[in-house]
Design a protein. Structure first.
Length: 145
């Protein structure tokens, strides 16, 4: 098993979360896809969420679930879909957790400059590939610091 990443329980600042959301909204706008972008800290707590005008109501929950999944598994949700297919190691994980998880593209873990995981961002409202693009764009604002 690969080494698990170090996780910080330092609160992700609101200013950082708002920068992530701005980058995500910019990307979603360029794609023409109204989206919801959710940012959580390393403890899985909501820091900020933004639902663009016209984004589906379900995207509020899906973006949060994608962020949570990326945080819990310390990898993009795009990379996890195979692990929950019939016969795969995590096939029945949905019956063992109380908080919703989402094993579809759109969740990205966030890392500080020291490589420590500081939270995650999730995007919902478009196709899985569009949600992944939005989340990657948002996450890039933290990775660039």
């Amino acid at each position: 098993m690969a080494d698990m990443p170090k996780i910080s329980f330092t609160t992700l600042p609101l200013a950082t979360a708002l920068d992530l959301i701005t980058a995500g909204v910019d990307k979603a706008t360029s794609l023409g896809v109204p989206s919801t972008i959710t940012v959580i800290d390393a403890g899985g707590n909501l820091v900020a969420a933004h639902r663009m005008d016209g984004a589906a109501l379900a995207s509020i929950e899906t973006s949060h679930s994608k962020a949570r999944t990326a945080l819990y598994f310390a990898q993009p949700t795009r990379d996890l879909a195979g692990a929950v297919q019939p016969g795969a190691p995590l096939f029945t994980i949905d019956v063992s957790v109380t908080s919703p998880l989402a094993f579809v593209p759109g969740g990205i873990p966030l890392h500080g400059p020291d490589g420590v995981q500081i939270g995650a961002v999730g995007a919902g409202g478009g196709s899985p590939d569009q949600d992944h693009e939005v989340a990657v764009a948002a996450a890039g604002t933290v990775e660039a610091r």
